[in-house]
Design a protein around this ligand. Sequence first.
Ligand SMILES: [Fe+2]
Ligand SMILES: [Fe+2]
Length: 272
Amino acid sequence: MSKVIQLSDPHIVPRGQLAYGVVDTGAALATAVATVNRCLPVIGPVDLAIVTGDLTDFGSSAEYARFRAIMSELKIPYRVIPGNHDLRTNLRASFADQEWMPLTGGISWSVELPDFGLVCLDSLVDGHHHGHLEADALDLLNDALKGLAGKPVLVGVHHPPFMTGIRPMDDNNLRNGAALQVMLDAYPGESRLVCGHVHRSVTRAFGTSIGLIAPGTSHAVTLDQREGNPHTLSLEPGGFMLHEWRDGFVSHVVAANFSPNRFPFTTPQAPS
Ligand SMILES: [Fe+2]
Ligand SMILES: [Fe+2]
């Protein structure tokens, strides 16, 4: 049974700094990694982890080095795609030792797991916060879908192609999601789209597929749907997702920090 862990939007800053002056994103990612490791014996084996963008806050080499140092504790292999807070050149250089990292172009890749294909696409537009899938990303998806020939496919993209009601995020979502939807709608196998960017769990239909946004590992974008709402973050609990194939795709949202203690579902007997 193939399984993938999705971490998203860790927004790592240089050691000793807080993101936006309030969030210890490095500690939050370390906590998420420790929680994944703690879960593995009871949910595993897990094939791979993916990090769906915004690995860092500013895309500096120092931030990527810190990201890799924290992620080195993860007990399963992982791959990444960029988000709007990443810098493609620095990200590529920081993972130059990884065989899955493309030498040129967008940082998109695919891998075939026993039960489904996993295709992750670069939606970063240099210098902008919105997302766009360039021709090389769509071509990679097209080729992967041809090769998978109807086998289920999990597609990862940083920017979601649908509205959430949070205006500052909706203004900067995936601008050409229609091209992605056409391809998934035409695909004969089951598909699931998993995104990041909004830092909170959101689900909706995406054509014949289902689109999910994963929570971030640390802070959330505030759920404020008023017209003209200020763009703020909230210190909500971080999380990650587990996507697995059973008789269809099943996706779980898991809190990044919870007590390892377990308690049986038994009712204590009242003293007689
Ligand atoms: Fe983000
Ligand atoms: Fe983002």
